[in-house]
Design a protein around this ligand. Structure first.
Ligand SMILES: [Zn+2]
Length: 475
């Protein structure tokens, strides 16, 4: 017998990556994350429901079938309860904490959370309710000096400078830091805490600011570059459909949680792969900003970003394959995987712009391989500006790992000044002539074979140009 129908309700923050990134520094992002974590983690949510008599009296509870995700409030209630007043309560609770949020809500009946989602998707494109921040009653004289996204309503001092700021930034920079547990700028919050705990490290292993993260780069490097990495899953929807078609009721109940768990385990595995050799002393070179479902947004010191991204994509696929709750879905169709968009830029490059670019690269990586193969699209803003060069391909995980030694040989065999010469010689418009000149140049350097793997891969020199960009941060 299938379980009785219940009403499933998701209230979530729309565009959470961009919203969190709208202030330029880590303090503002952490202030917003702290508010959101308090509202959306399971213990905080249960405590809030207990305080709302209207919710507790109607047997409304946290939906534990949903995976834990930053900015998502998943609730479950008896089929007869009217969802709209519940949505209004949750929205006003979130907006009191962070006035600038965009919020969306979806609800529907189902025998399981996955079933409710499938029924919703089969008839709707959009959320049932979208709530935008309120617009001021009078024309603003001045926009917020920190985020520029909303009108200024208050004054504060940050890093010894005076700013006129918006209501959302006031919550991020002032109010949150007056609360117990977050009195200083030093405290990591949300996914950062979860990661440190998983690594067995204390909060003194978290960096304070983006420039401190960049400063963790290798000795001899410029130590002022970061990578912003956006990751999400491929074929996760198809995975859920196969589970719904299967007979295992436990799998239907636990599938979303199993995917969220694979994301967390892959983050742990990839972070361990880039920790300092000394075995975890010193600061962690990875800052997770958003973690939930199959989504991840992190900042990584630039010279460890490739190792992080490839380790993550391998680990995510492996954890999903090994998950007991997803076994029914292993056969038939493409296995679920993940892809990544990576932006290399100076630590002073606007965080919000880096996040936008990494999201757009992630979409390119998925589009280039029809969302069926783990792949990475990247951009080196310092060298290439804000638009990828026309020849750029999104490399698959197999290509990156398969070419690992060839990339290392290119990096160590050809000094940076000579790599710049190779870039000028590699002309995709005349590949025959370009190949002859390229081979001649590396022969004189004493590394005759160093270009062959890339020219074999793509005689038009496009992949070689990719490789010359890639090796700048390949370690
Ligand atoms: Zn602001």
């Amino acid at each position: 017998m299938s379980p009785a129908e219940q009403m499933y309700l998701d209230v979530g923050v729309s565009g959470i990556q961009r919203y969190l990134a709208r202030t330029p520094d880590l303090k503002g992002r952490r202030g917003a994350s702290a508010w959101l974590t308090g509202a959306t983690d399971r213990d905080g949510l249960r405590a809030w429901i207990r305080e709302q008599r209207a919710l507790a009296d109607q047997a409304i509870s946290v939906n534990d079938e949903a995976g834990e995700a930053d900015g998502l409030i998943p609730l479950r209630m008896p089929a007869g309860v009217e969802p709209r007043p519940v949505v209004d309560l949750v929205v006003s609770m979130l907006r009191r904490r962070l006035p600038g949020l965009q919020i969306a809500a979806t609800w529907g009946l189902g025998n399981s959370y996955l079933d409710a989602h499938r029924r919703w998707r089969s008839t709707h494109q959009d959320p049932a309710l979208a709530s935008l921040p309120p617009i001021g009653d009078f024309p603003p004289l001045e926009s917020c000096g920190l985020c520029r996204a909303d009108p200024a309503v208050a004054e504060i001092t940050v890093h010894d400078r005076e700013y006129r700021i918006c209501a959302d930034c006031r919550q991020r920079y002032v109010d949150r830091y007056r609360r117990p547990g977050l009195e200083s700028d030093a405290v990591p919050v949300g996914a950062e805490c979860w990661l440190l705990e998983g690594l067995g490290l204390g909060s003194d292993h978290a960096v304070q600011e983006f420039d401190a993260l960049a400063n963790l780069g290798e000795a001899g490097g410029n130590r002022n570059h970061l990578a912003t990495v956006s990751i999400d899953g491929n074929a996760i929807g198809a995975l859920f459909r196969r589970i719904l078609d299967g007979a295992d009721p436990a799998a239907k109940q636990h599938a979303s949680r199993a995917v969220a768990e694979a994301t967390r385990q892959a983050l742990l595995t990839a972070t361990r792969a880039v920790l300092p050799e000394a075995g975890g002393s010193g600061s962690v070179p990875v800052i997770p900003h958003v973690l939930g479902g199959d989504d991840l947004l992190v900042s990584v010191v630039a010279d460890r970003a490739w190792r992080f991204a490839t380790a993550y994509l391998s680990a995510f696929e492996r954890h999903l394959r090994e998950s007991a709750d997803l076994q029914v879905a292993r056969d038939g169709g493409d296995g679920p995987t993940a892809s990544a968009g990576v932006v290399f830029a100076r630590a002073t490059f606007p965080f919000r712009r880096a996040v936008e670019l990494s999201e757009s690269l992630l979409r390119q990586a998925k589009r280039a391989h029809a969302g069926r193969i783990p792949a990475v699209a990247w951009l080196d803003v310092t060298q290439e500006g804000e638009h990828p060069p026309p020849h750029r391909s999104a490399w698959t995980l197999d290509e990156l790992t398969g070419m690992s030694e060839a990339l290392a040989a290119l990096r160590t065999g050809v000094p940076p000044s000579n790599r710049a010469v190779l870039e000028r010689l590699a002309d995709p418009a005349d590949p025959g002539l370009a190949q002859a000149r390229l081979r001649d140049h590396v022969r004189r350097l004493g590394h005759a074979a160093v270009l062959d793997p890339f020219l074999d891969m793509d005689p038009t020199t496009g992949r070689l140009l990719d490789a010359l960009s890639l090796v700048r941060w390949w370690r």
